[in-house]
Design a protein. Structure first.
Length: 271
């Protein structure tokens, strides 16, 4: 027999339906552009139609046969492999120092580390251009790596800081009370507990580096053009469906990365 608790008022049902419909529209708004780009990449026409009348790998072949695109992809991949581990290491170290150490000027240092989130990236790019030009690193791979690390570092610091703030510090105290050294406690107690934050920081660093445009525009040279910068300039100068093929490849890589994170530690823990 149904009770009063089992009966859902009509007004509540209406609000639930409205919330479900609103959420569906939001997801559709987010997914529709991705779907359009992905399907347009397989159109054989020079001016893609949606939905495409037929499917073709013409633009993917054009991408892989173009040395300029491959060069840009190699540069972005090199930056990804360099920036991600360095940013994760620096971010984890900085977050641990800010969370565990007491020293004068800690709040000021934290604000300085997180300042790239507030400073407009155009201003940051101009400042880096002046500094790196004076150091003779403008237009070099090292200069690009420094710029990407500076932009991605706040994300790594914030995600690791959240994990440190949520962990029980009594576990560290118990480990040291049992005779473990601080270094052993950090390796075998703290690091496993903040692993989701470290992984999330690495993901954010990789995504930020691979998609960075604003700062890279000021730091690239003809021989060090990254993939996002090449896409930006390519769209500005010409119309070519190869860009759709590049976007489709990035979409597939992003989905694979999400699946990998879900299979290893879970998206809810990493994000």
């Amino acid at each position: 027999m149904a009770t009063d608790r089992d009966v859902i008022p009509a007004s509540n049902r209406a609000w639930r339906l409205l919330g479900t419909a609103s959420g569906g529209l939001v997801y559709l708004f987010l997914l529709l552009p991705i779907l359009v780009i992905f399907l347009s990449a397989f159109s054989p026409d020079a001016y893609p139609q949606f939905p495409p009348k037929s499917l073709s790998l013409r633009w993917f072949e054009a991408f892989f046969s173009n040395p300029a695109w491959i060069k840009a992809l190699q540069i972005s991949a090199w930056l990804l492999l360099v920036v991600t581990p360095l940013t994760t290491l620096l971010g984890t170290t900085a977050a641990y120092a800010l969370a565990r150490l007491e020293f004068r000027g800690r709040d000021l240092l934290q604000a300085f580390v997180l300042s790239p989130l507030i400073i407009p990236q155009v201003v940051l790019g101009i400042a880096l251009l002046y500094v790196l030009t004076g150091a003779g690193l403008s237009g070099s791979m090292i200069g690009l790596a420094i710029g990407h690390i500076l932009v991605a570092l706040p994300y790594a610091v914030r995600t690791v800081s959240v994990s440190l703030a949520s962990m029980d510090r009594r576990l560290e105290s118990a480990s040291m009370n049992l005779g473990a050294t601080p270094a052993y406690t950090f390796r075998h107690v703290t690091l496993p507990l903040i692993k989701p934050g470290i992984v999330a920081g690495a993901v954010f660093a990789a995504v930020t580096s691979f998609g960075e445009v604003s700062v890279s525009l000021f730091l690239t040279a003809p021989g060090t053009v990254t993939m996002p910068v090449r896409i930006f300039t390519y769209i500005d100068q010409t119309f070519d469906p190869v860009v759709n093929a590049v976007s489709a490849i990035f979409i597939v890589l992003a989905v694979l990365a999400l699946v990998l994170i879900e299979r290893t530690i879970g998206l809810t823990k990493a994000m």
